[in-house]
Design a protein around this ligand. Structure first.
Ligand code: DOR
Ligand code: ZN
Length: 348
């Protein structure tokens, strides 16, 4: 096989940031993806419908001329979130999801949720109106080992939450463990998970063995090899509950390369070449379209895109870094040269 044409993909978990960084990274996503779920962890976070409308307008203003890209906005759940504001933003199709960050779990999560009783009413309202909750699934207790935080979150937080709010649609964002895969497959169609590009490629040795590699540090942190293999099996399975959320999370090199470096891998430019490579390695090129282009819209109740993206055999021609007015941002290095590149995108 030398060419592959799939429906235009969407990215169901993306950090675009704001200002100069937004203008630098957005064209890379808009080149390959028709839509993306936009993470709300700005400083300050996107917490109200008015915040989301203003951020959407800044994204649209930063789009290159003629780009075909729709940002799907989210709200950042806080203990003070107003259920009526959420419902109004949903009713006008301004937002497609609400994002739960446990307080302190990751970048800009200080305004997240610590006391879940405070958000019960909002979650019940979301269940009523069919608005999905996107979950950063890690506990934050210092006593819990960082490599166990996802599995512990499922048992201690996610499962009880789903029992307290029956019918709530939940996306476990960027799962990194076999426990995450198993929890999704054991439940029904109101539970799904996104899987990132980088978690299909790296395990924790890539970060730590033979020298520390800050560009592979993200949250949730990559786990053991057995977990990476479980993620690859889930992503390539065709199961409609697993779909692409790159979690492409740009930070400048100075922000990554310091004594306390930021978490995040920047994968927007090379996700599609890497995915085609990985899916071919797994003998599963035929399920790439489901993972990248069909399963996500089905979960979110949207039509798949009508356009197409074509990939062809041959290495992509991509820079190692992109320049932004804030400083250089390093692309995720998969450790191999992808054997596929994007040749064309058509919008029908
Ligand atoms: O690696 C990550 N980076 N994980 C997150 O949850 C947040 C993200 C960011 O915003 O940089
Ligand atoms: Zn993220």
């Amino acid at each position: 096989m030398t060419h592959l044409t799939i429906r235009t993909p969407d990215d169901w978990h993306l950090h675009l940031r704001d200002g100069a960084m937004l203008r630098a990274v957005l064209p890379w996503t808009a080149a390959h993806f028709a839509r993306a779920i936009i993470m709300p962890n700005l400083v300050p976070p996107v917490v109200t419908g008015a915040d989301a409308a203003a951020y959407r307008d800044r994204i649209l203003a930063a789009l290159p001329e003629g780009a075909d890209f729709t940002p799907l906005m989210t709200l950042y759940l806080t203990e003070d979130t107003d259920a009526d504001d959420v419902a109004a933003a949903h009713a006008s199709n301004l937002i497609r999801a609400v994002k739960l960050y446990p307080a302190g779990a990751t970048t800009n999560s200080a305004s997240g949720v610590a006391d879940f009783t405070r958000v019960q009413g909002v979650l019940e309202r979301m269940a009523d109106i069919g608005l999905p909750l996107c979950v950063h699934g890690e506990v934050t207790e210092p006593a819990v080992d960082i490599f166990d935080r996802e599995a512990v979150f499922i048992d201690r937080v996610l499962d009880p939450l789903r029992r307290r709010v029956p019918g709530l649609k939940v996306v476990m964002e960027h799962i990194t463990t076999s426990q995450g895969v198993d929890y999704v497959t054991a439940h029904g169609s109101d539970l799904a998970a996104t899987i990132t590009t980088h978690h299909l490629v790296i395990n924790r040795n890539h970060i730590l063995a033979g020298g520390i590699r800050p560009h592979y540090y993200c949250l949730p942190v990559a786990k053991r090899e057995q977990h990476r293999l479980a993620l690859r099996a889930a992503a390539t399975s065709g199961d409609a509950r697993f779909f692409l959320g790159t979690d492409s999370a740009p930070h400048t090199d100075p922000a990554k390369l310091q004594p306390c470096g930021c978490a995040g891998c920047f994968t927007a430019p090379n996700t599609m070449p890497i995915l085609a490579h990985v899916f071919e390695q797994e003998g599963a090129l035929h399920t790439l379209e489901a993972f990248a282009s069909l399963n996500g819209p089905a979960f979110y109740g949207l039509e798949p895109n009508s356009g197409t993206l074509t990939l062809a055999k041959g290495a992509p021609d991509l820079p190692a870094h992109i320049d932004t007015k804030d400083g250089p941002v390093t692309l995720f290095d998969p450790g191999f040269t992808p054997e596929w590149h994007v040749t064309a995108r058509s919008s029908c």
